[in-house]
Write a protein that binds this ligand. Structure first.
Ligand SMILES: O=C(O)C1=C[C@@H](OP(=O)(O)O)[C@@H](O)[C@H](O)C1
Ligand SMILES: C=C(OP(=O)(O)O)C(=O)O
Length: 674
């Protein structure tokens, strides 16, 4: 997951490959609650691992459910309807699928067995309505107190006493703000059916109906058959008891699939984007996003558990659609609308305003930034494609779907810059953690950037100038890949030593370099699968590397290897000839210097930290000798590129140097500052 302040997505042109989707959020949290209420142990396969499921799991653990992870299987041992803990404060983040159903289940358990629970979330959760559910629970006789604004979390549920609950009259709940209130009652009220059936009646037109189908389907898997009349009246039969199905599989998330269906429609030009984990047999209503995408021109094939999508009509066809049945995936349509042949109207989406953010307002604001014209109303949005695309820094409002949807705006081949398009900056990319922590990694695996669009920052400089530390820090802040090119020369030197190849044998060294099986992972370096990080850092290895690197054939052999590090979303490359030879087109070239004495002092400190005592004069003389050799070698001598920015860090701390480079980088980007 990217945890950077922002993530720049370069202009993208094509997509192909296979994505295996993470589990459905809606199914995961329902299954967890049902398993938590049932008697016995349920094996849950392919559960979603994200912010929303973590808060549900933490709550179940606090309540005394047994949780045991075994590989991809989670074993949940339920309460069997008996409270293990009578008091707890549960933090439920921004998960509607945890807050609403737990509110109802705990209200019933606390009232029938005597308990008291506090439910809270992130500040936005305290602005998301829950009043209609609280009203329904109060009708039953459950004490629910507002700890903040009436009608919103935080809430105190129960008061420690046992209360008689009235299940003889139908429980009425409004359905026009969120379907999750009805889902919550359906999941919780089987607890009250010991002596008589329980009836729920919906007031107002129920929204997001397919989510009720998920609820009913999963209740059936847990042995509860709800009788109903349309979406107005639901009866939980007397004696409804949660019976674990023993083992249950969570299908891939259909809302998450929408981004990759859109990806295929936009950029599956030569081949398909294949989606695995969810297919045409899905129990999630958001699978019907596929129909909307097809109406816009996408070519979709599919079967049980899979979809394959490629571009059909281009530009896409504008759409006018009632989106009430697919409230989450409909956001993806708003971004696809940027590529349509006319204005797209998405209707009946009032619930967008009370989700992770006011999604109509947020979508309008961010789509305007890329150049679209927007009309918005209380329950609709009309998107007219941009006449001119603009590079935009997208605010994401701590809303995972804003981040995921808007990243697709980086596919803008219709932009003015022919064949290149413009990049998109996604602020706070971490917010995708709510439902799809690896979204951007997955996108970058499938997407192909426009020619030359993957940015490179080259950091060159003499030995011990601190370029390795600087480059690593800059890469980390930007979420970019890192190439420590010196490590390639060092690894070649080590490999030569092991293979008994002389450091003067240019041809032998070049053969070794070309076949180098080198891998960088988690700040470690592996040669042929062996961890060589420590020997690689040895002072002596640096000296050998300097001798290896004078051979033109070795440099040639390592050239292609280095170019391969330039991958989405970007690269920070450090070395001696990054800006001059390997990446002469790098957007930013930094040449880092410090006086030989200062570098020697730093090196002495580093060595001392490792328990090695070295004389300053000797270190200084050695550095000067290496500088001379690097600067005077015939091929790619160490020198600043003509367009490099010089950074003398003799008087700067690491953070100051990092900030200086990030400042230069920001100045050259087409976005306003975040
Ligand atoms: O029950 C569910 O799992 C959900 C219902 C929908 O909410 P509303 O019913 O509030 O529209 C949906 O937007 C949400 O992401 C998940
Ligand atoms: C509305 C959403 O979430 P929640 O389950 O928190 O309501 C969503 O995921 O788009």
């Amino acid at each position: 997951m990217f945890t950077t302040a922002f993530l720049d997505v370069p202009a993208l042109v094509r997509a192909a490959g296979t994505v295996r989707l993470p589990g459905s959020k809606s199914i995961s949290n329902r299954v967890l609650l049902l398993a938590g209420l049932a008697q016995g142990t349920t094996e849950v396969h392919d559960l979603l691992d994200s912010d929303d499921t973590r808060v549900m799991l933490a709550a179940l653990q606090q309540l005394g459910c047994g949780l045991e992870q075994q590989g991809r299987v989670l074993r949940v041992t339920g309460l069997g309807g008996r409270l293990q803990t009578r008091e707890a404060a549960l933090f439920l983040g921004n998960a509607g699928t945890a807050m609403r159903p737990l509110c109802a289940a705990l209200a019933v358990l606390a009232s029938t067995q005597g308990g008291q629970f506090e439910l809270s979330g992130v500040p936005r959760m305290h602005e998301r309505p829950i009043g209609d559910l609280v009203e329904a629970l109060r009708q039953l006789g459950c004490p629910v107190a507002n700890l903040g604004q009436p009608g919103y979390p935080p809430l105190r549920i129960g008061d420690g006493q046992v209360h008689p609950l009235d299940t003889t009259t139908p429980i009425r709940v409004r359905g026009d703000v969120s379907s999750q209130f009805l889902t919550a009652l359906l999941l919780a009220l089987p607890l009250l059916t010991t002596n008589a059936p329980v009836t729920i009646e919906v007031e107002g037109e129920l929204i997001s109906k397919p989510y009720i189908d998920i609820t009913l389907g999963l209740l059936a898997r847990f042995g509860i058959e709800v009788q109903r009349q349309g979406y107005e009246r639901f009866v939980l039969p007397q004696g409804s008891a949660y019976r674990t199905p023993g083992s249950i599989h969570v299908e891939g998330d259909a809302s998450s699939a929408s981004y990759f269906v859109a990806l295929g429609a936009l950029a599956g030009i030569d081949s398909e984007v294949r989606i695995e984990g969810v297919g045409l047999d899905a129990i999630q209503g958001d699978i019907r996003f596929v129909e909307a995408a097809q109406a816009m021109g996408a070519q979709v094939r599919g079967g049980p558990g899979w979809l394959a999508v490629r571009r059909g009509a281009w530009p896409l066809k504008a759409l006018d659609l009632d989106c009430n049945h697919i409230p989450d995936a409909a956001m993806t349509l708003a971004v696809m609308a940027l590529f349509a042949d006319g204005p797209t109207r998405l209707r009946n989406i009032a619930s967008w305003r009370v989700k992770e953010t006011d999604r109509i307002a947020a979508m309008a604001c961010e789509l305007r930034k890329v150049g679209a014209s927007i009309e918005e109303g209380a329950d609709y949005i009309v998107v007219t494609p941009p006449q001119r695309w603009q590079a935009a820094s997208i605010h994401t409002y701590d809303d995972h779907r804003m981040a995921m949807c808007l990243s697709l705006a980086a596919f803008n081949p219709l932009s003015d810059a022919p064949g290149r398009g413009v990049p998109v900056r996604i602020e706070d990319p971490r917010c995708v953690g709510k439902t799809f922590p690896d979204y951007f990694e997955t996108l970058f695996e499938l997407a192909e950037a426009a020619a030359g669009a993957v940015p490179v920052i080259a950091v060159d400089g003499p030995t011990a100038s601190g370029k390795g530390t600087l480059a690593a820090q800059v890469a980390q802040r930007l979420g970019y890949h890192l190439l420590d090119s010196g490590a390639l020369y060092r690894a070649t030197a080590l490999a030569a030593q092991e293979a008994g190849v002389s450091l003067d044998d240019e041809a032998g060294l070049a053969t070794l370099a070309a076949g180098l099986d080198l891998r960088f992972a988690d700040h470690r370096v592996f040669l042929g699968g062996r961890d060589i990080t420590d020997p690689l850092r040895l002072e002596a290895t640096g000296g050998l590397a300097s001798r290896v690197s004078v051979h033109p054939a070795v440099r040639q052999a390592l050239h292609a290897l280095q170019l391969g590090f330039r991958r989405l979303p970007g690269l920070v490359a450090d070395g001696r000839d990054m800006g001059t030879v390997i990446f002469p087109e790098a957007e930013l070239k930094v040449y880092l210097t410090a006086t030989a004495r200062q570098r020697a002092e730093r090196r002495q400190r580093q060595l001392a930290e490792r328990g090695v005592c070295a004389k300053l004069d000797e270190l200084c003389a050695d550095l000067e000798q290496r500088d001379r050799r690097d600067q005077t070698r015939a091929v790619a001598p160490l020198k600043p590129a003509e367009d490099a920015l010089l950074l003398d860090n003799s008087e700067l701390g690491i953070e100051e140097s990092v900030q200086r480079v990030l400042g230069w980088w920001q100045q050259g980007r087409p976005f306003q500052r975040v």
